[in-house]
Each structure stands twice: as structure tokens, then as C-alpha cells.
Ligand binder design. Structure first.
Ligand SMILES: Nc1ncnc2c1ncn2[C@@H]1O[C@H](COP(=O)(O)OP(=O)(O)OP(=O)(O)O)[C@@H](O)[C@H]1O
Ligand SMILES: [Mg+2]
Length: 311
């Protein structure tokens, strides 16, 4: 599991105090925007600005917004851009310390105790609560990684309020306290992204530690550019039509508004079907790709028919 060299270095980090902030990763906000575009993530000024500041201030970013607007993809893209390893903690109800932070390897500890039956207990105890017997879960793994890391704590609103507390030490001090072992501090400060669909209010304590970024549905120009970037073979004219129709559908009172990922699915479908220009008929036939409730599909179909009549 852990190499001897690694153990030595980790023990050093336990004693050497605060992590030293690394070199800035980005020159400017514009460099972030261009860099993200080079890995096919089209950010607006607001998104790029927060990523830039997160690096400079060594602060985690809490990304909120509707489903499918590029929250998770942002963290992945920043990892690609900076050549960092992406470590992801997918949150869910019931997530606990042993799955998020670390857990002792009980089986291995038992074997060690059996093998050392004639050893003094104190000696054994010191041994079985050492690095060798620790199973690092994503948060600890991100903290003690010697290589650059982007830590993605995805869908943090799914964990219970009490579980959020597990994150606080990492988010403010980039360290993990292990009672039997000591405090493991980061050797390099990872870029941390937390995403939330806002299904419940997050604690003040968590919010205070983070920069806040709201990612909403993109403006027309950006969505059109996202379609052109992510859907190979689409014409500029069709991308424009798709972006406009989706935009108009988002003004309707729907149960679930179409997200960017659904826009992309729709655009890909149209390309596969060889559609060069969408009319209301074509749009209606494929609305099930874009919308996921029958009532929404009916409402959108009515709207599209109306648009065609007034055209
Ligand atoms: N700005 C963007 N540039 C390029 N692609 C994007 C952008 N925003 C969204 N996408 C596309 O939309 C897809 C969905 O994004 P993502 O999975 O990050 O959404 P999300 O906000 O995390 O949604 P959820 O809340 O459902 O998890 C991505 O795979 C990507 O293809
Ligand atoms: Mg997501």
C-alpha cells in the first residue's frame, strides 16, 4: 500500500507545520478562461474569475446551480488543464468518516496482532496504528498526495448536516487529524470543488470556508459555443437553432428545464438523424431527448407549434 519512502515523507508532513502554498497555477483570469476552453470547457468571466481566486487565495469553491450546467465538469476540466489528478468524493446519504476520510484496516491489524502474540502490547499498539494499517479514503488521499490534485466533493448537499462537519478541517486547514496517529497536513494545497444542487441549505460553517460560484444556464452565445465544441459535425446554423429553441423552452413553466447536458444530447441526436435545420415537426419528434416529463413535452410542443404559426 504505502511505500517506505512515502511513510517517511508523510511523517515529515506531520511535524513540519503548515503547507507551503505552491506557485500560482494561473497567470490571469483570462488565462483560466482560455485554458479551460483548450480542454473544451467554455467558462464565462464569472466562472474563470472564481477559479483564479480559488488558486490565489487557496480557498475551496462551492459550486451551486441547476442540474446539468457544468458543475462537475468544471472540476474535471480544471484537473485536465492543470495536469492534476482528480480525486472525487461522491456524496450520498449515509456517507461516513470511514468512506470519506480513512479507516483502519482491521483485518490486517488482527493478523499483525496474531503474528506478534509474544510481543508487548504497547509495541504492538504503536505498530498497528501506523500508516501501514491505514486505508486512505478520498479526502485523506487528496491531502497526502505528493502530486498536484484537484479534489471534487460532488453533490455535498446529499450528505446529512452532521456529516458536513467531517469536511470542515480539510476545507479550512488542508489537514486531517487522526487521533491515533497525529495530524496529516497537505504538502501541496489541492484545488477543491464542492458541488451542490441546493436540495438543502448547507451549513454556515461550510459556506464560510468556501468561495461561492453559482453556475446558471449559459447565455445564448456560450451555449451555442458549447454545442459547437462538444458536438462534432454540427453546423453553425443548427447549433444556433438548437441553442435558441432550448433558450425559449427555458422560459416556459416546466417541471424540469432542459440542462446543458440535455441540449447536447438533443444536438447529437439531430446530427445522427441527419437533420440540417429544425422545424417544429422535427423538434416535436425529438423533444423526449430534451425533456423528461410528458407534461413538459406536451407544453413545449404546443409552444413550438405556436412559434411556427407566428413565423
Ligand atoms: N461550460 C461548459 N463547457 C463545455 N461543456 C459543458 C459546459 N457546461 C456543461 N457542459 C456539458 O454538460 C455536461 C453536464 O455537465 P455536468 O455533469 O458537469 O453537470 P452538473 O452541473 O454537475 O449536473 P448535476 O447537478 O446533474 O450533477 C458535461 O458533461 C459537459 O459535456
Ligand atoms: Mg454533477
Amino acid at each position: 500500500m504505502t511505500s517506505p519512502a512515502n511513510v517517511a515523507r508523510e511523517n515529515d508532513t506531520i511535524t513540519t507545520g503548515f503547507p507551503v502554498a505552491g506557485e500560482p497555477r494561473f497567470e490571469s483570469i483570462d488565462a483560466v478562461r482560455q485554458g479551460l476552453a483548450s480542454v473544451d470547457y467554455l467558462a464565462d468571466e464569472g466562472i474563470a474569475g472564481v477559479v483564479y481566486l480559488a488558486d490565489r487565495l487557496a480557498k475551496p469553491v462551492l459550486v451551486e446551480g441547476p442540474a446539468g450546467t457544468g458543475k462537475t465538469e468544471l472540476a474535471k476540466s480544471v484537473a485536465r488543464l492543470t495536469g492534476s489528478r482528480l480525486i472525487r468524493l461522491q456524496c450520498y446519504e449515509g456517507l461516513d468518516e470511514s468512506k470519506a476520510l480513512y479507516e483502519w484496516n482491521y483485518k490486517k491489524q488482527l493478523l499483525r496482532i496474531q503474528a506478534g502474540a509474544d510481543q508487548a502490547w504497547q509495541e504492538l499498539e504503536e505498530d498497528i496504528f501506523s500508516e501501514e494499517f491505514l486505508l486512505a479514503r478520498p479526502l485523506l488521499e487528496a491531502i497526502r498526495s505528493p502530486d498536484p490534485v484537484v479534489l471534487l466533493i460532488d453533490e455535498v448537499d446529499r450528505v446529512e448536516l452532521e456529516t458536513e462537519a467531517l469536511l470542515l478541517e480539510i476545507l479550512s486547514e488542508y489537514q486531517v487529524s487522526i487521533p491515533e496517529l497525529g495530524t496529516v497536513r497537505a504538502t501541496q494545497i489541492p484545488l477543491v470543488f464542492l458541488t451542490s444542487n441546493n436540495t438543502r441549505e448547507l451549513s454556515e460553517a461550510l459556506k464560510r470556508r468556501c468561495l461561492y460560484l453559482h453556475i446558471d444556464y449559459p447565455q445564448l452565445d456560450r451555449e451555442r459555443a458549447i454545442i459547437e465544441t462538444r458536438v462534432p459535425g454540427i453546423s453553425a446554423a443548427l447549433a444556433d437553432q438548437v441553442a435558441r429553441i432550448v433558450r425559449s423552452l427555458r422560459t416556459l413553466e416546466l417541471k424540469k428545464l432542459p440542462s446543458v447536458s440535455e441540449t447536447l444530447d438533443w444536438a447529437r441526436t439531430l446530427v445522427v438523424l441527419g437533420v440540417e435545420s429544425i422545424d417544429a415537426e422535427r423538434a416535436r419528434e425529438t423533444l423526449n431527448i430534451l425533456l423528461k416529463y410528458q407534461t413538459d413535452i406536451d407544453r413545449a410542443a404546443k409552444e413550438l407549434a405556436g412559434v411556427e404559426r407566428t413565423d
